[in-house]
Design a binder for this molecule. Structure first.
Ligand code: FE
Length: 201
């Protein structure tokens, strides 16, 4: 592939998806039908604990993050797993329809799952929008903005004089000339092709 980075230009946002007992960061959210209660699709990685939770629960909420969101929220929901970390204890949430919503978010959408489509890495959950509201005024954070400002947002730093590989999704840093064979990010689980090499100068 010549340069996969062009996919970062697909207009996607930054959302916290929550369901009963957990949640994670997602970026691939689309409205895919019209009407008062449109269908909303969201892709969730299969190896993510939240994906497991969405097999047992039929509702989820999407909190829409704004540019000025506390980066801690991205860190908490993007770089940890509820398997061993209580994300809800770390951030302020409000409860709506038995689901946790990020208090600082621009607003939320609550959906009931109508369909699940599996691909090699993700499940596409298709939900009917049941409830939605605007909580704050502001500009939504795009995935491209996150990619362009990730080092600052996640406070990624690499040591000088060392070759580092930085996960372009979560900011995890691996030191070494080359990544080991079949390497996957230990934090967010993505494959080696999503790591960026940096020469420490
Ligand atoms: Fe990662």
């Amino acid at each position: 592939m010549k340069n996969k980075k062009i996919t970062h230009k697909i207009t996607q946002g930054m959302y916290v998806l929550t369901t009963k007992d957990g949640g994670c960061m997602v970026d691939a959210v689309s409205q895919i039908s019209a009407g008062d209660h449109p269908l909303i699709s969201v892709a969730v990685r299969k190896d993510n604990y939240t994906n497991e939770l969405l097999k047992r629960n039929d509702t989820f909420a999407l909190s829409v993050l704004q540019k000025e969101i506390d980066p801690k929220i991205i860190e908490v929901f993007g770089m940890h797993s509820m398997r061993d970390y209580d994300k809800f204890a770390q951030v302020n949430t409000i409860e709506i329809e038995h689901l946790r919503i990020i208090e600082q978010a621009l607003g939320y959408m609550i959906c009931k799952i109508e369909d699940r489509i599996e691909n090699d890495t993700h499940t596409l959950f298709i939900g009917r929008l049941l409830e939605a509201d605007v909580l704050h005024e502001g500009e939504a954070m795009s995935y491209e903005y996150y990619q362009n400002n990730k080092d600052e947002l996640l406070k990624v730093t690499t040591e000088t004089g060392k070759t580092a590989w930085v996960c372009t999704i979560c900011g995890y840093v691996y030191y070494g000339e080359e990544l080991p064979e079949n390497f996957k990010c230990p934090v967010c689980g993505v494959e080696a092709s999503l790591f960026e090499k940096r020469k420490g100068e």
